[in-house]
Design a protein around this ligand. Structure first.
Ligand code: ADP
Ligand code: TRP
Length: 320
C-alpha cells in the first residue's frame, strides 16, 4: 500500500502540527510504503522570498527527520528534486475543467481574504493531483480542509483515464476522525495565524512563557476547578496518560492548587516529551550535508517509482 503525504515548508512547527499530522505520518511508516515530500513548489503560492523558501525547505526537512521520519523506511524528498511532477501537472491541466478549479474552497477563501489571485494559486490543486498521481498513491492522509483537493485529484484522474484507459489509480483520502483539533493558548484551534501556539522547538524559557500565557479563569486557588473547561487541562491531555489525567482531574476538583502549578508541571512534561527530538535536531542542524544526502537519495528512489508512470503517460498522450 502506498501512502503519500505532502508537507508544506511553512515556518516553525507547533504541537498542533505534531499531534494533528506529523505523529500520524511517522506511524504510517509502519503501515505501508510512505512517500513523504516537502512541497516547495506549492509554497511558492504564498512565499516569494527565495532565501526564506530555501531556508524553510531545509528546516522542514530537518524537523521532519528529527520528529521521526526514518529515511530507511520512508521515501523522503523535496518536491522540486523531481521536476517530472511539473510535466505531469501540465499534462493534467489539459484534463482539468476551469469550473472544477473555480469551485475550489481554498482558492475562494484565499481570494476572499484579499490574497491576489494568480495562476499558481488557481492551479494549485492540479499540482497536488500530479503529486499524487505520479506515484499512483493508494492513500493520502489529509486534514478536512484538503478533502476537496483529493476529490479534484480523482476527477482529473478519471477524465484522463476516460480518454486513455486505466493509467491512474483512484487515490483515497484518509481522514483520521480520532485526531482531535489541538487547542491553543486561548482555547481556539491552535494555529500560527492566531498566534496561540506552543512551538515544538523553542527554548525552555520561551516554552515556560508560552505555557504561562495559557488563558485560565479567575477561580481562587482554594476553590474546586472544572478541568474540562480548562485550557491547561486540554493541552495536558496530549502529554499525560489516562491515570495521570484522572489524578490531575481529581486535584482540580479538590481545590487548593492554583493554575500556576498545573502550568509548571505541563511545561516540564512538554519539555521532556520533545527532548529526544531536540537532540536529533541538534544533530541534523550540525550535519546538513547528511540531510542533503538523505533528500537526494530519497529523490532517486522516488524517481525510480515515478518513471514507469510518467513514461506510460508520455506514451499515451503522444509526448516523445
Ligand atoms: P497552521 O494552522 O498553524 O497554519 P498548517 O495549516 O500549516 O497549520 O497545518 C499543517 C498540518 O498540521 C495540517 O495537516 C493540519 O491539519 C495540522 N494542524 C495544524 N493545526 C492543527 C491543530 N490545531 N490541531 C490538529 N492538527 C493541526
Ligand atoms: N495541499 C497540502 C496542504 O496544504 C499539501 C500538499 C501538496 C499535499 N501536495 C500534496 C498533501 C499531496 C498531500 C498529498 O497541506
Amino acid at each position: 500500500m502506498k501512502i503519500l503525504s505532502g508537507i508544506q515548508p511553512s515556518g516553525e512547527l507547533h504541537i498542533g502540527n505534531y499531534f494533528g499530522m506529523i505523529k500520524r505520518m511517522v506511524e504510517n511508516q509502519d503501515r505501508g510504503e510512505l512517500y513523504a515530500f516537502i512541497v516547495n513548489y506549492h509554497a511558492m503560492t504564498s512565499l516569494s522570498d527565495g532565501k526564506a523558501l530555501r531556508e524553510n525547505t531545509m528546516n522542514a526537512a530537518i524537523n521532519m527527520l528529527s520528529l521521526g521520519i526514518d529515511p530507511n523506511k520512508a521515501i523522503f524528498w523535496v518536491q522540486s528534486d523531481l521536476p517530472e511532477v511539473l510535466e505531469l501537472y501540465w499534462i493534467l491541466s489539459n484534463f482539468t475543467p476551469m469550473g472544477l478549479l473555480e469551485r475550489a474552497h481554498s482558492f475562494k477563501d484565499k481570494t476572499a481574504r484579499g490574497i491576489a489571485a494568480n495562476h499558481g494559486l488557481f492551479s494549485y490543486p492540479v499540482l497536488m493531483a500530479a503529486d499524487i498521481l505520479l506515484f499512483n498513491a493508494d492513500i493520502v492522509p489529509v486534514g478536512k480542509d484538503q478533502i476537496q483537493h483529493l476529490e479534484m485529484t480523482r476527477d482529473i484522474a478519471q477524465k484522463f483515464n476516460n480518454k486513455y484507459g486505466e493509467i491512474f489509480k483512484m487515490p483515497e483520502a484518509s481522514i483520521d476522525e480520532e485526531v482531535a483539533v489541538v487547542l491553543g493558548l486561548d482555547g481556539q484551534k491552535m494555529s500560527k495565524s492566531y498566534q496561540n501556539t506552543i512551538e515544538i522547538f523553542c527554548d525552555e524559557k520561551t516554552l515556560k512563557k508560552r505555557v504561562n500565557s495559557i488563558v485560565t479563569d479567575s477561580t481562587p486557588v482554594e476553590d474546586p476547578k472544572d478541568a474540562e473547561k480548562c485550557n491547561v487541562f486540554a493541552i495536558s491531555k496530549l502529554f499525560y496518560d489516562k491515570d495521570e489525567l484522572a489524578s490531575l482531574k481529581a486535584r482540580y476538583e479538590k481545590g487548593g492548587e492554583g493554575y500556576g502549578i498545573f502550568k509548571s508541571e505541563l511545561k516540564d512534561r512538554i519539555w521532556s516529551y520533545f527532548e529526544p527530538y531536540r537532540e536529533k535536531r541538534e544533530y541534523y542542524l550540525n550535519h546538513k550535508d547528511e540531510v542533503r544526502d538523505i533528500l537526494k537519495s530519497g529523490a532517486e528512489r522516488a524517481r525510480e517509482r515515478a518513471m514507469p508512470i510518467i513514461e506510460k503517460v508520455r506514451t499515451v498522450t503522444g509526448i516523445i
